[in-house]
Every structure is written in C-alpha cells, then in structure tokens.
Design a protein around this ligand. Structure first.
Ligand code: AP5
Length: 217
C-alpha cells in the first residue's frame, strides 16, 4: 500500500504515520525527519537545508525530490510505504508522479488531514521532540514518562526552532500558498481521501483506519 499524508503543520500526519507504520509494517518516510537528520549530521544537504527549516520555509525542491527518490528506491519500500510531508509543491507532485511511472508503482491514496488551523497552534507550541531518535511528545496531549526524557531512547527532549511563533506563522503561509493547492490536484485524480483530524489521537486513528481499511494488525 502506498499512501501520501497531506495536511497543514500540526495536523498530526507524523503521529498517525508512525502508528500506522508499526501496525502495517510499512516504512514511514518523513521528509522533515530525513532533513533534520541531515542537519544533525552537518552534511552538505543539511547545511543547505538548515536555514529554510528553522525559518519555516520549504527546502528547495531539487533537494527534497532527490532525497525522496533515493529513499523510496530502497528495498524496504518494495511492499509500500507512507510518505509524510512530500509532496508539498506542484513541482514535487509532478516529480513524484514521474517517480511512480519510472518505478512501476501505483499510489493508492492521498490522505488529507483536515483540521481547524487555529486549534493546531497549541499542538505545535507544545510539541517536544527527542534530540537523539526524533520521537515526538506533547506537553499536554502526549507526555513522556519522565520530564524532558525520551521514553524510547532516554534522549533529551527539545522544542524545534520552527515550533516557535514566527516560524509557525510562516509554515502556515507556505502551506496555504504551495501545498494546499495539491488537494484539488489529487481530488481531480480520484486519489484523495479526507479525514477529520480534529480531536484526540485515538479518534483520528480510528477515522484513518476506517478510510484505509482495518486490515490485519
Ligand atoms: P515537518 O517536520 O514535516 O513539519 P510539518 O509538515 O510542518 O508537520 P509537523 O511535523 O509540524 O506536523 P504533523 O502534522 O506531522 O504533526 P505531528 O504529528 O508531529 O517539516 C519540517 C520542515 O522541513 C518544513 O517546514 C520544511 O522546511 C522542511 N520540509 C519537510 N518536507 C519538505 C518538502 N517536501 N519540501 C520542502 N521542505 C520540506 O503533531 C504535532 C504535535 O501535536 C505533537 O506534539 C503531537 O504529539 C501532537 N498531536 C498530534 N495529533 C494530536 C491530536 N489528535 N490531539 C492532540 N495532540 C496531537
């Protein structure tokens, strides 16, 4: 099964992708996570991407297209994957169509996480991420067992620079201008499935499963 998760910042794409990936044994490919990894490694890509990420702007298409192509070509993606945060622009959507044709793959569905954008600011400002493994928590909705310590690896939790107010505002603007128009594109292609992404994490998960099928967990 090949799924694309689309939605505004904080709509819960990453949280749901992680759970679904474990349930269905599908790789979760998060462009945000891949880029932050490159930044931590101080690779050439990471050094180019860092300022864009911290400011809440899109990293140049040529970088994200190349990273996506490389990742979905890996062996663990041969039975499907969940693409979280790609595509985010018309150029990326076109590039993805081409990758699918070249690799003989078929996109099953684009899940659009529809959410009340005012309400998700609280999700973003309260998010804490693990410095070491990238696991995601929330100071109100998803607490770690010990303050500021990751349950998974014991790493230190921190607040992403782009989860501060100015960058959040920019991310919403970028989403409205460049990513939101993709909803129409995938609707016209008959690939779009919309879910209500408001409410608790489990409620959203149930809606997601009722759209893609409960399958065998
Ligand atoms: P990325 O990390 O992908 O950021 P984003 O798309 O803005 O998405 P978020 O991670 O903010 O939100 P999410 O929907 O995944 O929410 P989450 O589940 O974490 O990208 C970061 C940056 O990288 C971009 O700004 C850009 O610079 C660059 N980039 C990435 N992809 C790119 C591309 N294709 N092209 C160019 N540049 C690219 O949830 C958020 C919080 O809410 C968490 O704390 C979670 O615990 C909590 N939460 C989740 N669901 C619920 C719920 N139902 N109720 C209560 N709390 C919840």
């Amino acid at each position: 099964m090949i799924l694309v998760f689309l939605g505004p910042p904080g709509s819960g794409k990453g949280t749901q992708a992680k759970v679904l990936s474990e349930k269905r044994k599908l790789p979760h490919i998060s462009l945000g996570d891949i880029l932050r990894h490159e930044v931590r490694q101080e690779s050439e890509i990471g050094l180019r991407a860092k300022e864009f990420i911290n400011a809440g702007k899109l990293v140049p298409d040529e970088l994200t297209i190349e990273l996506t192509k490389k990742r979905i070509s890996q062996a663990d993606c041969s039975h499907g994957f969940i693409l979280d945060g790609f595509p985010r622009s018309a150029a990326q959507a076109e590039a993805l169509d081409k990758m699918f044709v070249d690799m003989g793959l078929t996109l099953d569905s684009v899940i659009y996480f529809a959410v009340n954008e005012d309400a998700v600011v609280e999700r973003l400002t309260g998010r804490r991420s693990c410095k070491k493994c990238g696991a995601v928590y929330h100071i109100k909705f998803k607490l770690p067992k010990a303050d500021d310590v990751c349950d998974v690896c014991g790493g230190e939790l921190y607040q992403r620079k782009d989860d501060q107010e100015d960058a959040i505002r920019t991310r919403f603007e970028v989403y409205a201008q460049q990513t939101k128009p993709l909803i129409e594109r995938y609707q016209a292609a008959g690939k779009l499935a919309q879910i209500d992404a408001n409410g608790a994490i489990d409620e959203v998960l149930n809606r997601l499963l009722s759209v893609i099928g409960h399958g065998k967990d």
